[in-house]
Design a protein around this ligand. Structure first.
Ligand SMILES: Nc1ncnc2c1ncn2[C@@H]1O[C@H](COP(=O)(O)OP(=O)(O)OP(=O)(O)O)[C@@H](O)[C@H]1O
Length: 260
């Protein structure tokens, strides 16, 4: 349903300092799939996600959602970024932040209030609606950002290193929250991460990117059983094997020659 085809991005095109960030990327994401994108630092992961979100025009190729070209932010998509402190409005309460994107939808006030209440409850923040973001911990603020994205009722959630700025325990909790919410809302998730363990733990498939100018190095299937569990899943020999495989593919592309 979401197809990335021959995508290329050259920054400052036509100038002497033109820089090819993304060379040629093609892959598809099926409905309800959870696909992680990993790659070395500076590989162009954010550039790719911005093009997928219709925020950055590609130099060549295209992104297609249900067969239609994406040339601006699609109604069916929502985004969650790493930097929750900049993505939430500090002068608005948690409820107002979650309700903000709903203003574009012509919803009854009661309908909008119900969506805000339900999504805050689903991320475990039922009691925090009247607080301001700066009164919450980093992990709680990121939950607000997730609730805001879900209240918009997207078919696709694009997440750009959403848990890179929180501590390890909170990160594990938020990973499980994403898995639970995907089950509950049936949303398709594209998740950019630096963290190989995180990519294997969450994914149905991992798209491994090469260093810049970026190409798809390979796409790794992750047939680990669901529901996943932070301890039981990570104890599996298959988890260790996949993790090592993806790691080698990123660090030493030529060394990932044992099939996953
Ligand atoms: N607006 C821009 N103008 C020029 N070059 C840019 C611009 N945005 C990004 N780049 C360059 O494109 C390359 C890819 O950047 P991008 O942020 O997409 O990579 P990334 O894989 O998300 O990085 P990281 O792993 O560090 O988060 C980098 O070399 C970066 O300097």
């Amino acid at each position: 349903m979401l197809r990335v085809e021959g995508l290329r991005k050259v920054y400052q095109e036509g100038t002497k300092r033109a820089f090819e960030a993304v060379a040629d990327i093609t892959f598809t994401v099926e409905q309800r799939e959870l696909v992680c994108i990993v790659g070395p630092s500076g590989a162009g992961k954010t550039t790719l996600l911005k093009m997928m979100a219709g925020l950055l025009p590609p130099t060549a190729g295209g992104v297609y959602l249900d067969g239609e070209v994406v040339d601006g932010p699609p109604e069916k998509m929502a985004l969650v970024f790493q930097d929750y402190s900049r993505s939430l409005y500090p002068w608005m309460t948690v409820e107002e932040n979650v309700a903000f994107p709903l203003k574009h939808r012509k919803l009854e006030k009661s309908e909008s209030a119900e969506l805000v209440r339900d999504t805050l409850q689903s991320v475990g923040l039922a009691g925090a609606g009247k607080k301001y973001p700066w009164q919450l911990s980093g992990g709680m603020q990121q939950r607000v950002a997730i609730a805001r994205a879900l209240a918009y009722q997207p078919e696709i959630l694009l997440m750009d290193e959403p848990f890179a700025s929180v501590d390890a325990q909170t990160r594990a909790d938020l990973e499980d929250l994403v898995l639970e919410l995907r089950g509950r809302y049936g949303v398709t998730v594209v998740f950019v991460t630096h963290d190989i363990d995180e990519s294997v733990y969450l994914s149905d498939r991992v798209v491994v990117l090469s260093p810049s100018p970026t190409r798809v190095q390979e796409i790794v299937d992750v047939p680990l059983p669901r529901p996943r569990d932070q301890v039981a899943t990570k104890e599996l020999a298959d988890f260790a094997h996949l993790r090592a495989y993806v790691w080698r593919s990123i660090k030493r592309p030529e060394a990932a020659d044992v099939p996953a």
